[in-house]
Design a protein around this ligand. Sequence first.
Ligand SMILES: [Zn+2]
Length: 233
Amino acid sequence: MTTITSFDTATSTVDQLRAIGREFHSRSWSLGTSSNYSVVSSRDPLELLITASGKDKSALGPDDFVRVDSMGRVIDGSTRKSSAETLLHCLIADLVPALGGGPVGAVLHTHSVWSTILSRADLVAGSLRIEGYEMLKGLEGIGTHDTIEDVPIFANGQDMTELAGRIRDRFTTADWSNPKRPPCHGFLLSGHGLYTWGQSLAEARRHIEIHEFLFEVVARGRMLASATHHERP
Ligand SMILES: [Zn+2]
């Protein structure tokens, strides 16, 4: 099992993204060719370095990344295609700082079991409520367990322009006035997975790990409560 314990600033961004792929695959958050990862390589104009489409995340090579502009167009002259969900990475990198949510340096997306299950179960509610857990403090800006994190859930879709529009609409109506306490640190696509971000790649990676822990706790907690309920005479 490959585990990232620290981020060496001397290690190239590509090598860090490859290490994230190996780690997330080993932890069952990025199986097969699922998931995609990006870093903001330029802010003005906005450019992202993002995983190329259809690459096995356990074995990302040095050439399995492409540079894209703010519209998700490949701009490095290569013929490789960027991830199918590139537009969502561009949206987050552009929208979250514009709304006052602080700078975004990296966007990570995973397809875990628990995020897949919970995002379907709570789609009608529109968000997944996580409340009262110590591990919430792993999300940037949260300093107490005594808080509520509502992770927005969007119906899944294959039309990225339409999906990006729905996310934009909901995000722009949320309260982003406190940059130290954004309304959310990520969102779920129903039956699909998690998107989260961070000021740095290390922070985005931590946000994946924290969200995934909390999802598992919530899901297992519900299963336990259900089993206990059924066992009662
Ligand atoms: Zn996906």
